[in-house]
Write a protein that binds this ligand. Sequence first.
Ligand code: NDP
Ligand code: GDR
Length: 345
Amino acid sequence: MATTIITGITGQDGAYLARNLLDRGHTVVGTYRRTGSLNFWRIEELGITEHPNLTLAEFDLLDMGSCIRLLEKFEPDYFYNLAAQSFVGVSFGQPVSTAQITGIGPLHCLEAIRSVNPRVRFYQASSSELYGKVVEVPQNEDTPFYPRSPYAVAKLYAHWMTVNYRESYDIFGVSGILFNHESPLRGREFVTRKITNAAAAIKLGKQDCLELGNLDAKRDWGFADEYVEGMRLMLEETDAPDTYVLATGQTWTVRHFVELAFKAIDVEIDWKGEGVDEVGVCTKTGRQVVRVNPEYFRPAEVELLIGDASKAERELGWKAKTSIEELARMMVEADLRRNERGASF
Ligand code: NDP
Ligand code: GDR
């Protein structure tokens, strides 16, 4: 039976990946940080917290010693590094800690693997944010990178380090360049979940209006549960380590996602005004439900992401299936249930 370490099991992808691997019979070691309040709601929602093959282990990406001890204690076959300071917006305010966690953190993992057991297969969670400013679309494994945030620059470093350890030390280092993937387990700071949670709260009379930043940004949004399966295929079902893009191949504006989320609560939106004065109004009631707040704009924006995942389809047999409509509806329905029972996540 394979033993697998997942860093960041308290995050969206870590929780889905843990469930996927437990279902397949892996022994899973999921890492969490010792913080003020433990944050296990995602694995609780997935019903795996008490799984007999799941061990939760304390770990901090900033501490290479804790990575060495993880490897020595659990002797894994696979190591998925999903932990990161993953919020692009925050990285502008905290560029140094983002560089340390998101950039140097993966290097701690790679160094620990090199020292303890170079045969451990390593997955690095790379990001479509590497593409940043549009150079060409759709973006694939050969598209040049142009990162536009401290987060993306840190991820770029980690990506190249993974490639470098692959080439220098023969480590099975895989880099998955994943486009945005969302789910009911997405953090509420990210735009899709912020929108679906607000739609649910507005429907239940718990919130008046949703404030957003750039409504014109375009993203290629898929469903997270499908993307963690893509990670698994890259790490377990290949003969040689490589870099793969996972994406849907479709792109939509933030404005469109707002329309879909509100449609799921039977609200049709009429957009009025422009730029920072733009508002979204319910066509039936005339009530304002969305407005722009410049506070949510970023110093530099990634305007357009659209991925070409044909290599993953060809070599791994992976393809995104869930439509943006299904995704928005699934997220709104989960947020309606959570809001009804007063959950705070
Ligand atoms: P989340 O933000 O939901 O989860 C991040 C995880 O990292 C959390 O478990 C968090 O722990 C942990 N973490 C943060 N800092 C540290 C640290 N110093 N030491 C140890 N653990 C830490 O991210 P996602 O699940 O959405 O994404 C998973 C990975 O994939 C991330 O690396 C992200 O950057 C990357 N990615 C995500 C995409 C997406 O669309 N979701 C797309 C492309 C890449 P805690 O709960 O304590 O905060
Ligand atoms: P992103 O996700 O930056 O693509 O990074 P996010 O959902 O934060 O932003 C997507 C786009 O929406 C615009 N936007 C807003 N974003 C947030 N968070 N809040 C708002 O109010 C708002 N209004 C408009 C943003 O400007 C942006 O253009 C995510 C993360 O999961 C990364 O870790 C991952 O690497 C990338 O996806 C791929």
